[in-house]
Write a protein that binds this ligand. Sequence first.
Ligand code: SF4
Length: 506
Amino acid sequence: MEVCDERVCGLFKRRSPKNVAHLRRPFGAMKSLRAVDHGFRSPGCASARCTRGSARAPRRGESRARSGRHDRRNSSAASDVASATILDYTSAVRWARATVRGRGAHYAVPMHAHRVDVQAALDGWVEAALEGESISREDALAILRDESIPLLPLVHAAGRVREHFFGRDVLIHQLHNVQSGACPEDCGYCGQSQSSTAPIQAYRLRRREEIIAEAQRAKENGAYRYCMVLSGRGPSDEEINHMAACIREVKDRFGLRTCLSAGLLDEAKARRLADAGLDRLNHNLNTSESHYGEICTTHTFADRVNTLSAARAAGLDLCSGLIVGMGEGFEDLVEVASRLRGFEVPSIPVNFLVPIPGNRVRESVVAGRPITPRLALRVLCMFRFVNPKAEIRIGAGREGHLRSMQALALHPANSLFVDGYLLTRGSNTRDTIAMIVDAGFEVRLDGDWPEDLARFVAGLKAGGSAAFDIDHSGEVIRDDRRRVRNARVSGEDTPAALSVNGVAME
Ligand code: SF4
């Protein structure tokens, strides 16, 4: 068996007992794996003996042989791989496993055995994404379900794509529920549905002054976009007129970009909103077509698609995403990602189900398992690779499902909401801005920062005691603790920053 002399090649490492110890299996078993390893070459190997040499990475759909990466030394193994693309990670792993089984081994190929491939596959995905291409359905599924794809390299790879299209900017969105509750639809995840017994605050369409006051607050919070949401199946003519007037005023007075979510719309109504200056219409697909009947029976997936088509025909930008964790499978998540790609949706909110007592769907479960922060990251990475040019927004459930990994999620995603969601609290603006700045990203703003936020950000960037001078002093923390203690004693509300999953603790 020939091996590569180059240190950069994975084969080189296989020669040393020290380097194979971490494979956690009897060393003798390595012999059967060498041929497998040989089929997958390390990127960047420049050994004269290594035929892969300086050949470029194959493009998607192109074989190694065409790209000059064919491994001529490795007889049968190489000929199998030559007919596959390096981007098809799933086939490569399947092939490797089959080969090992064929050789009588009784273990699956661990991550280390195809470590070299994983990096090559990640590089291939990045290369495709930078050209605006999507990865294959199989690879998208592998990102979600194959835990041997290491998380940090995956996040880093998705971050390379995000940086290429969006730099280090993070867009902040602020939601305002301008009409809440009393909705005749039966969406099982929504506390505003009449079928839900969730104890929400229901109110009719807000007055113009209230909507404008919220827009002003969004502006003061450094929001890039002001998103207004109406409960209900769809807006009446009067509601359209009211919202059109509000949109005009928000644009004129604050220059904020606007987004409206108003249920099902036809093209005529969408056009009236577009004429008023609305930038974007939000209408989430929410889940896959095949799973849609499980979450709602009063309208169909096709109704949702028709609304997107109407908005597009009216010249509105589209914003459409999903809610992860409504009992769907990985295939459903990939299907939604690819449907959104088909629509070339430029803005994709990825929400994670916030379980609200009283709703029909209240177990946040994907493929029969609860959402973990690691899975939430994988979902965001998958969306980045399927929709490389889209604004991927971390939506509801950021605090509860990503938890301590929220900052990592800024690598695949490039926007988020602050100050809560439709019915649940989220982290406040300053904590979110601090997370963004601490992770080395920039909050993107159209226009100037409000003065106090500018001081806050400057303090964070200065680091050291300057950051504590703003409002992270020990005194403030002690104050907060007192407030929590007092609130618990008196039964009052707790501070938003102490909420989990968007729902206040205790
Ligand atoms: S998601 Fe919209 S349409 Fe469905 S119940 Fe809630 S408010 Fe009504």
